[in-house]
Design a protein around this ligand. Structure first.
Ligand SMILES: [Zn+2]
Ligand SMILES: [Zn+2]
Length: 230
């Protein structure tokens, strides 16, 4: 594994509700997996939700401590090793957080073969899940309700978390690319359908926060993504 580049931390306010919702991104570990902190901005003092927790989450945990709020949940876009490797460390600091994953990957947290840890040489497991998610479920993050969209193809239990204006898409869709489909359980046809039928139908101004790389928008990907045409 190569050494990781300097980390960055962005904060954005999509601008809905009182103070909007704050989103901070931490590209963590050797795969620069984007892990997100989501919490209500402004004067609101609600809980923080973590979306994915990768290798070496120390800086993100330090930020969580600095925020001084409870951590309600770690919501996993999917359970590949690079999205779950930091779960136990976050839970060590915030044991009350619930770990949520799509029902199709409920066994993956405890199985390094399924979560692809073994193929990359690390036997990673994570506690949980404490609950499972399905298409159409709603989760609360940052004082907003987010709809769970089942977006499989990169992995069978891949989900998108959508609230008007913002979508966390995991490894389904990237800026100018799409998730790998050469893993066990991956399927390019299924991924293409997920992107066309669940993501490209969202409003074009929707900000897309992917599992790797920079943020983008639904409109930009629908117009220019070379892997799945709109
Ligand atoms: Zn993945
Ligand atoms: Zn990934």
């Amino acid at each position: 594994m190569r050494t990781k580049p300097p980390r960055e931390r962005d904060s954005t306010t999509p601008g809905r509700g009182a103070g909007g919702v704050e989103v901070e991104v931490y590209p963590l570990g050797p795969f620069e997996t984007n892990c997100y902190l989501v919490y209500a901005g402004g004067e609101a003092r609600g809980a923080v939700t973590v979306v994915d927790a990768s290798f070496e989450p120390g800086e993100m945990v330090a930020r969580l401590r600095e925020l001084g709020r409870p951590v309600s949940a770690i919501v996993l876009t999917h359970a590949h090793v690079d999205h779950i490797a930091g779960v136990n460390e976050v839970l060590g600091a915030f044991p009350g957080a619930r770990v949520l994953v799509h029902e199709a990957e409920r066994e993956w947290l405890g199985d390094p073969e399924l979560n692809l840890g073994v193929p990359i040489g690390v036997r990673v497991t994570a506690r949980g899940p404490d609950g499972v998610l399905r298409e159409g479920d709603e989760v609360e993050m940052g004082g907003l309700r987010w709809r769970v969209l089942h977006t499989p193809g990169h992995s069978p239990g891949g989900i998108t978390l959508y609230s008007p204006g913002v979508a966390f898409v995991g490894d389904a869709l990237f800026a100018g690319s799409v998730g790998r489909t050469d893993f066990p359980g991956s399927d390019m046809g299924v991924l293409t359908r997920s992107i066309r039928e669940k993501l490209y139908v969202l409003p074009e101004e929707t900000v897309v926060y992917p599992g790797h790389g920079p943020a983008t928008t639904i409109g930009r990907e629908r117009a220019t993504n070379p892997f799945v045409r709109g």
